[in-house]
Design a protein around this ligand. Structure first.
Ligand code: AVJ
Ligand code: FE
Length: 439
């Protein structure tokens, strides 16, 4: 019945909000006050800024907009407005201290749950299907992933722990051919999809080949050994200028002991490089140079989505490569269950019908595409989420990483960043056009 559907949705929203808050607490309660207010990298906010910003967005959207309630702290809105203060400037702001930030987010959350209890979850577009609540849960989880990246950047004793990611269960290598034809890109039906994933629209692609798995550390090492970082011809003009300027020689957090032994600093612990894991912490320009070295290219965003969704048996676009069911431990490495990508071949149950593996989870995958609006895009509920970024110096990343929660991950989900960024959990896979004898 209608009534019990609404109650089930209400319970699901509460669960998803609580899960996000448990993660936020786990990322902040493990550090002392000094570490929470410190800036661990100029690319990142102090963790205490993320914490209060999560609460402030929840206050703006759930407490004031959806609930129509009185402000909790209207005086601090401007401190936590991401457009007003660049990340590098945030430590100097008169921010709430960690205890105040925790109290503030807790007060806002209690009011938000009260609004949820009062809401019919149908009345208008902002709350129909629980959209505003889902948007806020995704927002908190996105900041949790950003805070996880801050943890990776900080120095000092490890503060986080998790079990190792799974090893290969099946061998996976080579390429998969996706035949020419139309598919549906974007979504009209996913109630919590964000504005930039809409509307659903037909896209016709020529046939292409896409790698069955992301590029691994072992493969990336071959590129390094073959002079990949020294050979100017492999790099674009901008890529080479950036390589020289910041002296790129290997993925971020890799260390070499002088011989051929590579190590990776993973959340404060030095670990031997695991050859079969996807490479992580590379920027778009490194991915581009690797693709040139391999004689291939990055997939376009549309190619990636077709590989991740198109079901050749029905012609329909699925929510995930394996079908419409939510991710679980057998299909994808998501949700900070592990603090590293899983080996290629670790998730046979998560493969697409065509046999493409690990599109969801492990590492965000750079595509060749800039961040652009879909045809007939309409911003919702505010232009600052996506619209203001269209046409900027960004590349789209797809698929989510080991640090992405499932509420903020689906085959239509679009992430974007500057092509020089690599503190995010970014890797890539390759694609190519079909030769005439393959078409
Ligand atoms: C979509 C991940 C690029 O972190 O800047 C968070 C998400 N938007 N708060 C970001 C977001 C507003 C956004 N990304
Ligand atoms: Fe934000």
């Amino acid at each position: 019945t209608d009534h019990s559907d609404t109650e089930r949705l209400r319970e699901r929203i509460a669960r998803v909000l609580i899960r996000a808050r448990e993660r936020t607490a786990g990322l902040t309660d493990c550090l002392d006050e000094g570490e929470l207010v410190a800036q661990h990298s100029r690319l990142m906010s102090p963790l205490v800024w993320d914490l209060a910003h999560i609460g402030n967005q929840e206050e703006l959207w759930l407490v004031r907009d959806v609930g129509g309630r009185e402000p909790v702290r209207a005086d601090i809105d401007q401190l936590y407005d991401a457009f007003r203060h660049p990340r590098a400037d945030r430590p100097a702001l008169p921010l709430l201290d960690p205890a105040e930030a925790r109290e503030y987010t807790g007060t806002v959350r209690a009011k938000a749950l009260d609004v949820l209890a009062d809401s019919d979850l149908r009345s208008d577009r902002l709350i129909s299907g629980g959209f505003a609540f889902g948007m806020i849960a995704q927002h908190e989880q996105q900041h949790d992933e950003t805070m996880l990246a801050t943890h990776q950047l900080r120095t000092g004793a490890p503060a986080l722990a998790a079990s190792p990611a799974p090893t290969a269960a099946v061998p996976v290598s080579g390429e998969i051919v996706i035949p020419a034809g139309e598919f549906t890109m974007g979504t009209a039906t996913d109630p919590w999809a964000l504005d930039n994933e809409r509307p659903a629209h037909p896209v016709r692609l020529p046939g292409f080949a896409i790698d069955a798995a992301p590029v691994t550390n072992a493969q990336y090492l071959e590129f390094i050994a073959d002079g990949g970082y020294r050979r100017r011809e492999l790099w674009s003009e901008r890529g080479w200028a950036h390589r020289v300027e910041v002296d790129l020689n290997a993925p971020q957090f890799w260390e070499n002991d002088g011989g051929n032994n590579w190590w990776r600093r993973v959340f404060g612990a030095m670990t031997p490089l695991r050859p079969r894991q996807p490479v992580v912490h590379v920027c778009w320009f490194e991915a581009e140079a690797y693709a040139n070295w391999a004689g291939k290219r990055l997939p376009t965003e549309a190619e990636w989505e077709k590989a991740a969704r198109f079901d050749p048996a029905t012609g329909r676009s699925r929510r995930f490569p394996w079908g419409d069911a939510d991710p679980d431990e057998s299909t994808a490495n998501l949700g900070q269950r592990h603090l590293e990508p899983a080996e290629v071949g670790a998730y046979p149950a998560g493969a697409s019908p065509a046999g493409v593996h690990q599109l969801i989870g492990d590492v965000w995958e750079w595509t060749s595409s800039g961040f652009e609006r879909y045809p007939e895009f309409e911003w919702f509920p505010y232009p600052e989420y996506s619209e203001v970024f269209f046409g900027g110096d960004y590349r789209v990343l797809r698929g989510g990483s080991f640090g992405t929660d499932e509420v903020a991950c689906r085959s239509t989900f679009r992430n974007w960043d500057h092509p020089i960024r690599r503190q995010i959990f970014s890797g890539f896979r390759l694609a190519r056009d079909l030769r005439s004898d393959e078409r």
